[in-house]
Design a protein around this ligand. Structure first.
Ligand SMILES: NC(=O)c1ccc[n+]([C@@H]2O[C@H](COP(=O)([O-])OP(=O)(O)OC[C@H]3O[C@@H](n4cnc5c(N)ncnc54)[C@H](O)[C@@H]3O)[C@@H](O)[C@H]2O)c1
Length: 337
């Protein structure tokens, strides 16, 4: 059976999701919708499906089993609520919302629904990150002590993106807060954040935004995590996870388009730059995310990344923001129970 998924939002990531849903062996692209009808028509034509005239048309359709929400962040919570009311399963891009209050309201509105809701924390599905966690859980490094997450983008996004994104912590680091929880296996209870606009100082002055950040997290049992972010790593998209334990270290490393190395009079082992950005680096993860979603809907599997994971990651982002602003270590309990 093919899960009939409609994709809401045909922007940068929606286009990719629509193509992935269309080519996934266990899903079928049922329709697409975007308030920008030109964007929707373009994706619809590329995938040979219909562009719906409204989101309501998708939620009312009996040829749609599930929706993949890839619209602008401020629309996610509304669409989750509409999907649950219509009985459609949900795969929603991160973050659920920029406001913790809106996330809590959304949780209250959907109640303890049995409709599957999966969050777009694609990094949980990355083959390397996932293998590192599996090896750690199997005891390969003994007892886990530290998690180090390096997460650096290759280039600053356009100013318009930064104005709407909701800040580095809730837009970008939210992936790393989620990965930290996923790897630590315990809730962080304390957060310390240092951040500045080092790449583009105007971001700090004009948008109160930062582009370079370091975070320290600690769980109740004392496990530690360090997250390191930059919006511009000139050498490419740098995505590494280190798990350090009593019996060794696991490293999920960067990936290159291929493994050619050049040896010349000026350099040895010169290799390809890293895969450019998230669309390339996490392509397998985005496909595996759909696989997991189909399992949730058709086999009743528990989502690997749930609504609650989305809420918890946002709480860490809020605690980190408070830490940066107040220049002190913040207990997570200060921002949420
Ligand atoms: N998982 C990841 O790695 C990852 C990467 C990039 C973006 N994202 C998330 O995906 C979402 C979209 O990001 P993007 O980079 O594709 O943005 P984008 O601006 O390229 O696309 C967003 C699209 O949503 C459409 N839209 C806005 N309001 C709408 C509405 N009410 N109904 C239907 N369509 C609407 C816009 O017209 C636009 O085409 C964001 O929430 C972002 O945080 C996740």
């Amino acid at each position: 059976m093919m899960l009939r998924i409609a994709v809401l939002g045909c922007g940068r990531i929606g286009q990719m999701h629509a193509a992935n849903v269309a080519r996934h062996p266990r899903s079928k692209l049922a329709a697409v919708f975007d308030v920008n009808s030109e964007a929707a028509e373009k994706v619809a034509a590329a995938q040979g499906v219909k562009a719906a005239a409204s989101a309501e048309e998708i939620f009312a359709s009996d040829t749609v089993d599930a929706v993949l929400i890839a619209t602008a962040t401020p629309t996610h919570a509304d669409y989750i609520e509409m999907a649950v009311a219509a009985g459609k399963a949900v795969l929603c891009e991160k973050p659920i919302d920029l406001s913790l209050a809106r996330v809590e309201a959304c949780a209250a509105n959907i109640g303890d629904t049995k409709i599957p809701i999966q969050l777009g924390f694609n990094r949980r599905y990355d083959p390397g990150h996932s293998a590192a966690r599996t090896a750690m859980l199997a005891g390969d490094i003994g007892e886990l002590h530290q998690v180090i997450i390096t997460s650096r983008d290759p280039a600053l996004p356009p100013r318009a993106y930064l104005e709407a994104a909701g800040g580095l912590f809730r837009d970008m680091t939210i992936h790393d807060f989620d990965l930290a929880r996923f790897m630590l296996g315990e809730e962080p209870t304390e957060v310390f954040a240092l951040a500045n606009a080092l790449i583009d100082p105007a971001l700090g002055k004009e948008l109160d935004e930062v582009d370079s950040a370091m975070f320290i997290l600690r769980t109740a049992s004392g496990k530690q995590c360090h997250i390191n972010n930059s919006r511009t790593a000139v050498y490419g998209y740098d995505q590494r996870v280190e798990l350090i334990g009593s019996a060794g270290m696991l490293l999920s490393d960067n990936r290159k388009p291929h493994e050619l190395r050049r040896f010349t009079s000026t350099a040895a082992e010169a290799s390809q730059p890293y895969q450019f950005f998230f669309l390339e680096r996490y392509q397998e993860a985005f496909m595996a995310e759909i696989d997991g979603f189909v399992d949730c809907v058709e086999k009743g599997a528990v989502p690997l990344a749930s609504f609650e994971d989305g809420r918890r990651a946002l709480i860490l982002a809020e605690a980190a923001y408070k830490s940066m602003k107040e220049a002190r270590l913040v207990r997570v309990s200060e921002v949420a129970a």
